[in-house]
Design a protein around this ligand. Structure first.
Ligand code: GDP
Length: 301
């Protein structure tokens, strides 16, 4: 069901890259995600990103053009690895955060290996350059030894010096993400079909019931669509974006918080739009039965 044909070349439109931030603990992943969220300058009229829904989109200007980037708003690589364990890939590009005072550490290499295994291009954010003992050149040398060679040394990885704390050079980092996507990926999707994608996170809200943040990977998700999300199903009653605004539609690479499911599906589960509520329920029940059987089989071992 997933990965079905997207139609002709003409039907495909460029979609924003989806980015995960990875790196060693305390190197500034959370701070960087916060800073990028706050620095979403082009999109000012949207009133800032106020909601933590598990992912957000920023707009930046590269070579005179407005370009969007989607960030998975979970620091670390839990999101990345748990999704990959399910065979799902949400990430197009990884930002590897390395603190310039600390340099390369064990989890830096772990993150690097995850991204390499997934064949995801890496942009290095050399963070904390505001610190007096920062040594960004050393970071470049260290990663070169691991085969991640900076452009300025003749390699193909972009290294960007930033300070998440001071908000220094965040635009440069966003530009590097866009340029890396343009150089090494062909990110296109057909917005004119039924939506498919991934659950980024979900929980049970007291007032609103089950809410799930989904990342649309193909097609356009619309209010009123019947969907299956993992073993959950329902009709999209409303969608909210990271600004807290109601939206009617979510196009490829757009994260949206979906209301109307009967349960909260797990992160990394896929979702898809189906013909009607009955079909949604049938597929969901089949999936649930399959999950239950798998769980029982595991318990017997
Ligand atoms: P994470 O574990 O990778 O998510 O790291 P955090 O974002 O929690 O940051 C760890 C610590 O480093 C916090 O105390 C941050 O305030 C600090 N920090 C993060 N970025 C910078 C930076 O650019 N400069 C300085 N001086 N401190 C930073």
């Amino acid at each position: 069901e997933f990965g079905s044909d997207e139609g002709d070349e003409d039907d495909l439109a460029i979609r924003p890259p989806v980015v995960t931030v990875m790196g060693h603990v305390d190197h500034g992943k959370t701070k960087l995600l916060d800073a990028l969220r706050d620095a979403n300058v082009v999109d000012k009229e949207a009133g800032g990103i106020t909601q933590h829904i598990g992912a957000y989109q920023v707009t930046t200007e590269v070579e005179g053009q407005e370009r969007r980037i989607t960030f998975i708003d979970t620091p670390g690589h839990e999101a990345f690895t748990s999704m990959r364990a399910r065979g799902a890939q949400a990430t197009d590009i990884a930002i590897l955060v390395v603190a310039a005072d600390d340099g390369v550490m064990p989890q830096t290499i772990e993150a690097l290996n995850h991204a390499k295994a997934a064949e995801v291009p890496i942009v290095v954010a050399v963070n904390k350059v505001d610190k007096p003992d920062a040594d960004p050149t050393k970071v470049r040398g260290q990663l070169t030894e691991y085969g991640l060679i900076p452009e300025e040394y003749g390699g193909d990885a972009m290294f960007v010096d930033v300070s998440a704390k001071a908000g220094t050079n965040l635009e440069g980092l966003l530009e590097a993400v866009v340029l890396t996507a343009d150089a090494s990926l062909d990110l296109r999707a057909n917005p004119e079909q039924d939506a498919q994608g991934l659950v980024i996170e979900a929980h049970l809200d007291r007032g609103r019931g089950p809410v799930a943040t989904v990342l649309v990977q193909r097609g356009t998700l619309k209010v009123g669509d019947s969907i299956v999300a993992g073993p959950a199903y329902g009709r999209v009653r409303a969608m909210l974006d990271e600004h807290g605004d109601n939206i009617e539609e979510a196009d490829p690479s757009r994260p949206a918080m979906v209301l109307g499911l009967n349960a909260a599906p797990g992160a990394g589960q896929n979702f898809l739009v189906v013909e009607d509520d009955r079909m949604a329920r049938q597929i969901a029940e089949k999936r649930e039965a399959r999950e239950r059987a798998a769980m029982q089989a595991k318990r017997r071992v």
